[in-house]
Ligand binder design. Structure first.
Ligand code: ATP
Ligand code: MG
Length: 559
């Protein structure tokens, strides 16, 4: 991982801002988060969101939310809505500063006419294939378009006719007239408008020409008075174009583009295009499938927003690209849930226990903390009776050395209840263990003995007569390998999907779990953190496994 630089703490972007404030270049800092509404936000976007909104918060500035909606075919209001919901859920607020690049289409068009009149843009009749061929390579200059020297008057006329819908898609483009010999391919007369007879989710059928991203983005930044336009490293080579366009036009200001490294994460893919494939081809159950690295998926899974913000802080902001270990995210989730999740008991793989010296038919209610980390979470009463359930793996007929859980003759603590001793093991005809006959020590109520005798093992349990059925959805990584994008020959990332990444298991839980509302967080004692899924109902409670209790991150010595 890179050096720990965090939002709130200094990083190279904040250093630039500090300097700009000190020199008087800027008085108020304005940043923006500019998603393209062509998919749901993923954990990578969270980094950019926390960075941009975090800077605005810390410098008393403003962060705009601007939808970069210049690609009508891929975009949709569903995505616009989900992006707004996700950013709010992450804890950020753009106030009244909601913008759409499509709001600037008229202005962008007017600026294009200015470029044409100044001889800095021309209408080109090359087909996309021809243009590609003439672009040159990294080592070879490109070739000038035969249409490059049209007069401003002719260009203006053609551009207006493009706008009026006279030409077919792919037959004409508007290109900036920069330098076909430039070492930077982005500067070789890039296309700034193309014909697209497509319906736009906001402007409808008003336009049949659409501005390109590079042209739109810098002008939108300038129109909004953005001071620092923070983007990911792949735009570094586009910065000269960003600056060139703004230098040619009478825009209100010239924002500074600053690039930082994208977030990548193990065991997942991070591009909306690939995530869309997973959704469309049914490899997952939608954008908010709890295995997806989307904000919506992580929310549904039960990852707290605070944990996603904490991750962004911990990974910091740097120029060098890095891959974040998924375990670091899980560590942040655990830390947060440890503080907030209500402790309850559930049993995933039950084994019956009968307490022979406990009266049949009697149920008593024992006190249990809701969260030992947070006394204000209070206590609840849990039922105890003669017939109980424990986890099958908490019993061993032939215990190995150091086994502290239940075994023939052994005494263990039933959490919040009593000391219990195993007396007898009942089996069916094929030798499977069907039930344990045990006894309890009435003097050990609450799970503490009167005579000070020490007991090492504690197990969780349920009262069989009051336990309710619950569905648990046990999630693990969607992919079997750390980097599904470095594929063997002839394979794609889809070949690395883990068919067992979701295992649904019927289980048993405390009666209070029937009241769980979607997104309520729990620690199922000794098992894992779980969150009530959106599908949960009183009749059929459903819980997603968020993260196991075992913390392999600290064990790696990394926290
Ligand atoms: P993708 O490649 O996943 O489709 P994108 O970059 O096309 O993502 P946009 O909607 O254009 O997605 O991104 C909005 C903002 O989020 C941009 O400023 C972009 O730089 C930033 N961003 C996207 N992916 C990441 C990432 N993995 N890490 C950090 N920032 C990111
Ligand atoms: Mg993009």
């Amino acid at each position: 991982m890179n050096e720990k630089e965090s939002t709130g703490v200094s990083n190279f972007i904040r250093n630039i801002i500090d300097k700009d404030l000190a020199s008087g270049k800027h008085v108020k800092i304005i940043t923006r988060f500019p998603p393209e509404p062509n998919g749901y936000l993923h954990i990578g976007h969270t980094k950019s969101i926390c960075l941009n909104f975090g800077i605005a918060r810390d410098y008393n500035g403003i962060c705009h939310l601007r939808f970069d909606d210049t690609n009508p075919e891929a975009e949709d209001v569903e995505y616009v809505d989900s992006i707004m919901e996700d950013i709010r859920w992450l804890g950020w607020d753009w106030g009244t500063k909601l913008f759409f690049a499509s709001d600037y289409y008229d202005k962008l068009y007017d600026y294009a006419e200015i470029l044409i009149k100044d001889g800095k843009a021309f209408v080109c009749d090359l087909s996309p294939e021809e243009m590609n061929k003439m672009r040159g390579t990294l080592t070879q200059a490109g070739t000038e378009s035969p249409w490059r020297n049209r007069s401003a008057q002719e260009n203006l006329d053609l551009f207006r006719r493009m706008k009026a819908g006279e030409f077919d898609e792919g037959t004409k483009t508007l290109r900036a007239k920069i330098d076909m010999a430039s070492g930077n391919i982005n500067m070789r007369d890039p296309v700034i408008y193309r014909i697209k007879k497509a319906h736009h989710h906001r402007t409808g059928d008003k336009w049949c020409i659409y501005p390109m991203y590079d042209y739109t983005h810098c002008i939108s930044d300038a129109l909004e008075g953005i001071t620092h336009s923070i983007c990911t490293l792949e735009f570094e080579d586009h910065r000269p174009l960003y600056d060139w366009i703004l230098d040619q036009l009478p825009v209100p200001c010239h924002p500074q583009q600053i690039e930082f490294a994208r977030l990548n994460m193990t065991y997942t893919v991070m591009s909306k295009r690939l995530l869309l494939t997973l959704v469309k081809d049914g490899h997952v159950n939608g954008w908010d499938d709890p295995r997806m690295p989307t904000v919506a998926g992580m929310r549904r899974r039960g990852f707290p927003a605070a944990a996603l913000r904490e991750l962004s802080e911990r990974i910091g902001v740097a120029k060098a690209s890095s891959i974040v270990d998924f375990e670091l995210l899980q560590f942040c989730v655990r830390e947060e849930l440890n503080k907030t999740a209500k402790r309850v008991m559930a049993v995933l793989d039950p084994l019956e226990v009968e307490i022979e010296n406990y009266p049949d038919g009697k149920i008593e209610y024992l006190e249990a903390d809701n969260n030992p980390e947070d006394p204000s979470a209070g206590k609840r009463l849990i039922p105890f009776g003669r017939h109980l359930l424990i986890e099958r793996y908490d019993f061993s007929e032939e215990p190995v050395k150091g086994w502290f859980r239940l075994a023939p003759g052994a005494e263990v603590r039933f959490k919040h209840a009593y000391y219990i001793t195993c007396k007898e093991v009942l089996k069916d005809a094929s030798g499977n263990i069907t039930k344990l006959i045990c006894s309890y020590d009435p003097a050990s109520k609450g799970g503490w003995s009167q005579d000070g005798r020490k007991i090492k093992g504690t197990v969780h349990w349920l009262c069989k007569d009051t336990a309710i059925n619950i569905e648990t959805r046990l999630y693990s990584h969607l992919f079997k390998v750390e980097d599904p994008m470095s594929c063997e020959e002839g394979k794609t990332f889809l070949d690395y999907l883990d068919p067992d990444s979701l295992v649904t298991k019927q289980a048993w839980g405390e009666p209070s779990l029937s009241e769980a509302k979607a997104s309520d967080a729990f620690q199922f004692l000794r098992l894992a953190y779980f969150t009530a899924d959106y599908d949960t109902t009183t009749d059929k409670p459903v819980f997603n496994r968020v993260v196991t209790l075992k913390d392999s991150w600290t064990k790696k010595g990394k926290a």
